[in-house]
Design a binder for this molecule. Sequence first.
Ligand code: HSE
Length: 315
Amino acid sequence: MRLKINEIRVFAPATVSNIACGFDVMGFAIDMPGDELVLRVSERPGVRIVEITGDNGKLTKDPALNTAGKPILSIVKAHRIECGVEIEIHKKMPLGSGLGSSAASAVAAAFAMNMLFDLRLSPRELLPFAIEGEMIASGSLHADNVAPALYGGFVLIRSYHPIDIIKLDVPENLHCTVIHPHIEISTKESRRLLPDQIPLSDAIRQWGNTATLVAGFFKSDFALIGRSLEDFVAEPVRSRLIPGFDRMKCAALDAGALGCSISGSGPSLFALSDSQAKADAIGQSMQIALNEFNLGSDLYISKINNQGPKVIYLK
Ligand code: HSE
């Protein structure tokens, strides 16, 4: 294998998964925040995490137990890479935020390995490696953060066995407002709260909305998108973990959001809208609503990020 580069720095984006009605089967990437990762070829064999920043000391440097380390170890093994790899992980988004923090690191790792060693793997071929990293953090098989972080855009997961990913276009002026209240929710814990079974009547409403949300994106029908952003499965349970959830959701809808729900497993909330001006106003209203609960927050406003991971530099 001929090495063309010795070092690469990449970015992989945050993602909003579930999108209200599509628990574990849909998600989209946003422009900011995201994680950065540096990979360096080393003459000393083995995979080493040499630096982690932005994690408040919470992440392990053991590559086998780290969401970025694991995909790299697996790629090294699968492609019989003999030289060593040094990893720097720069977390640029909070852990346990519902914004796919672990997925961003896993995707950044798989994407960077592909570039650094010129492996020419497609997103479909990289996906299983990224999923392995995500599983370390969440303890469960779900790809609704890794797939949109890797493919960019809005992504559907038709099946997990075998994995079957469909990327769809979304209306050009669709905007997303994300508020991240400063509390941490572990995906592992919040998955345990969910019911094993749901009533058929809820399932009917849920899959109706899932289908019409996709139709709404397809037809650029913003009213239909708004009507479809309902969740009868996770939101009723998980919203209780988020101080001010009802107030923030009402504030978003009053400010013109098409719909609003929990981003992934929370505590972040997302709201969709049809213009930058509305997305800004929605964010302000949600922050004001949250202020009453004496919680700080971060606000992110972006269009749907169609690109997914990107190279920051190569050398
Ligand atoms: N679909 C997953 C969940 C996403 O809601 O548990 C976690 O970010």
